[in-house]
Structures are given as structure tokens and as C-alpha cells.
Design a protein around this ligand. Sequence first.
Ligand SMILES: [Zn+2]
Length: 284
Amino acid sequence: MQYHIKDFILKYKLPIIIIICLLINIILFSNYLIKLNTKKPKFKEIKPLTVFTGKINYYEPKKIKIQNINPSIISNKTIYLTFDDGPSYLTDTILDILKQENIPATFFVTSNQIFKYSNSIKRMYAENHTVALHTSTHKYNYIYASEQNYFNDLNTLRMQVSKITGHKPRIIRLPGGSSNTVSKKYNQGIITRITNKLTQNNFYYFDWNIDSKDASGKLSKEVIYQNVVNKIHNGTNIILMHDSSTKKTTTEALIPIIKYAKKNGYTFAKITKNTPSIHHHIKN
Ligand SMILES: [Zn+2]
């Protein structure tokens, strides 16, 4: 028997080697095909740039009823009070003052404490103010690194506001204003591209033409008051103020500013898409 097998192998040496080689090739090739099918792509999947169309169905809360208070009165001497960087524990104090004075304002909010003070956001909306977007993180090195970062960040905040009020704002203020040059550090030309894209997609961005300067250190209420009343003029006055948690003196300056303005024939309005655009000169 042994002799027969040995004899057979010797006789058919070449075909046997060829068959074994073929079998090995078939096994290797099928392994390669299996791997090829299960292999993950090497590149990272990039989500498309989110441009808001309003078509996505997010959870919407019960519509908040807007109270018939704080009406906008537009005249040839109109003041638009704007508060950036909130909400914070100070926001309700500002809302109380506005209600007492029966005037509207505009709040450019961030995500920082948005759910902690979601009732303040609801109040803004219900009491006929404009709830507007400042950006979610307010982090320059993130939002100004790319358009995608900026719009993803903005969209996050927009959906958060929508969860609270049932409405997706289209009024925007860029952190640092549209004239900021700090963004050059992160991306050349980013502000030009962002503002173009905002405008093309029916968003309305607003800067200011009067700065209370309350962002620069801890100013007294008297200095904030002077910074504002010395600059108000005929026409459109968009006043920059802040309602972040360190700006207590801003809330203290608010009543004297409103009293002065009313006494001098100014009216108050909230920013809407029809408000005259106050745009800084874009430098990046
Ligand atoms: Zn800000």
C-alpha cells in the first residue's frame, strides 16, 4: 500500500504541486475579498455643513403665549437695548425692569446657562422681547476656526432655544462683533464668509453703534450710564450691554438710562429682521 502511494506521488509530482498551489491561491484570494468587504474606510466621515432650512422636525414645546406688553415703538429716535452673553441670574432682574418700564429689548443668548435659566428665556419670549443667537460656546478659537464649526455651534444653540420657546431665531450677533480681528488668528477671511452665508440663508446679523463698555472690566453704574446717554442720537441706536453674571452694575444703570431716554423723547423697540442693519466694517 505504502509503495503505491509513494509511487503515485512520484508519478504525478508536478500536477499535485500545481493543484496544491492553486488551492492555496484560492484560499488567500477569498480571504482578501472578505477583508476588503469588511474593511472600514480610512478617511473620517465628515458631516455636511448644516445650513438651516427649517425643515428638520425637532421637538417643539407647547407654544408660549405672547403677552400684550412691552410694545416696540419705532420713531426717528429709537433705542434698541441689547443684552449679550446671558442668560444668568441677572436676566430676571432686567426682565422685571423692562416690564415695569413697558419697553422691549433684545437678548443675544449663549448655551452657557440656557437650561438653568430656561424660565428667563421663556419670559423673554412671552414678554415680547427678541430672543436672538450669540453662539452656543462663545469660544473664538472654536467658532472662528471654520465655517463648519461656526454653523454647527450656532445650530446647537438655535435648537436649544427652539426646545424652550418653540421658535428658531434668525437674528444673530457674532461674538466680538462682525469687525473683530481676533478671528484672523484662527482663519483668514472667516468673518466675510460667515456673514455672506448668514445673509444668503435669511439670517440677520446685528452689531451695535453705542457701546456701554460694560464688557471692559468692572465699570460703575455711573460710568455705564454716561457711556450710553452721551452717545444716544437721532435715528437708530443699538446699544451693547451684557447680562452675564458679573454685570450687576449694568442692571443698576438700566433704570437711569431708560428714564433719561424717555425724558428726551426716545422710544424703544426690539430688533427684528426689519430693523435697519447696523453693521460694522468687516476686517477679516
Ligand atoms: Zn459676547
